[in-house]
Design a binder for this molecule. Structure first.
Ligand code: SF4
Ligand code: SF4
Length: 236
């Protein structure tokens, strides 16, 4: 296993990311028992935690990218080891050095799409409201009751556009005064943050917050749980 000498950097980054909880791990292995990955392959969060505690993490390993942040093992952990936060900290180091193993190399393309077009697909920003074609959905304006923020997938994915359209139809039928941001909407950034690119996440969050403030947004309705989590926990 290739390691980074003297490993202090890894320990420091984990600490600065609130990952000191790794130290509390007493290696019971419960996380590996409950992790869904172990139904299909071998993956040990317990081992990652142990290695990170001593700064022995191999940042070129695919393992640091494997956790889907499903949240199952933190719920079960008897020592409140914050596996997700600390796992993300390891990815942050890899991202900083541009070290992406083959299965996650697409992160570079995704990041370029987020920077250039505000969505991970690299789709045209100007077409972000195309899902609403024919529905007479208004652009959000100050004084409206609700901002509907569909997020990236419901804005661009052919199947999930149906969710955005159905939501708009429900709001209209219920007589809710709502609008959308269209091309001014940016990805909430939750996935790129969990992929370790904190800087890009902050940039997206800053742009979204500025747009909300400029438009006098008071209430936001989202379709995506990722947007919900981000707006509740990260940018509120
Ligand atoms: S469940 Fe918690 S204490 Fe047990 S091995 Fe996993 S991280 Fe460590
Ligand atoms: S949070 Fe990650 S390591 Fe924990 S159970 Fe889910 S996928 Fe496995």
């Amino acid at each position: 296993m290739e390691t980074v000498t003297p490993y202090k950097e890894i320990i420091d980054v984990i600490k600065s990311s609130g990952g000191e909880a790794f130290k509390r791990c007493f290696q019971c292995g419960l996380c590996d028992t409950v992790c869904p990955w172990n139904r299909v392959t071998t993956f040990s969060m317990r081992k990652l935690v142990r290695e990170a505690t001593f700064g022995l993490t191999d940042i070129e390993s695919e393992d640091i990218w494997r956790c889907t942040t499903c949240g199952r093992c933190p719920q079960q952990c008897p020592r409140d080891v914050k596996q997700i936060e600390s796992g993300v900290a390891l990815r942050r180091i890899a991202t900083e050095y541009g070290v992406f193993p083959a299965p996650v190399k697409t992160i570079r393309t995704i990041s370029a799409g987020l920077v250039g077009q505000g969505n991970p697909f690299g789709e045209d920003r100007e077409k972000r409201a195309a899902w609403a074609e024919g529905l007479s959905v208004k652009p959000f304006a100050e004084g409206m009751e609700i901002l509907y923020f569909p997020g990236c997938y419901p804005s661009y994915d052919p199947r999930l556009k149906k969710v955005a359209r159905a939501t708009a139809n429900i709001l209209k039928t219920a007589g809710v005064d709502f609008g959308i941001l269209g091309p001014s909407e940016n990805c909430c950034g939750e996935s790129i943050r969990k992929a370790g690119d904190e800087e890009l996440f902050k940039r997206l969050a800053k742009d979204n917050i500025k747009t909300f403030v400029d438009h006098g947004v008071k209430k936001i309705l989202v379709s995506s749980p990722h947007c919900y989590h981000t707006f509740q926990k990260r940018v509120s």
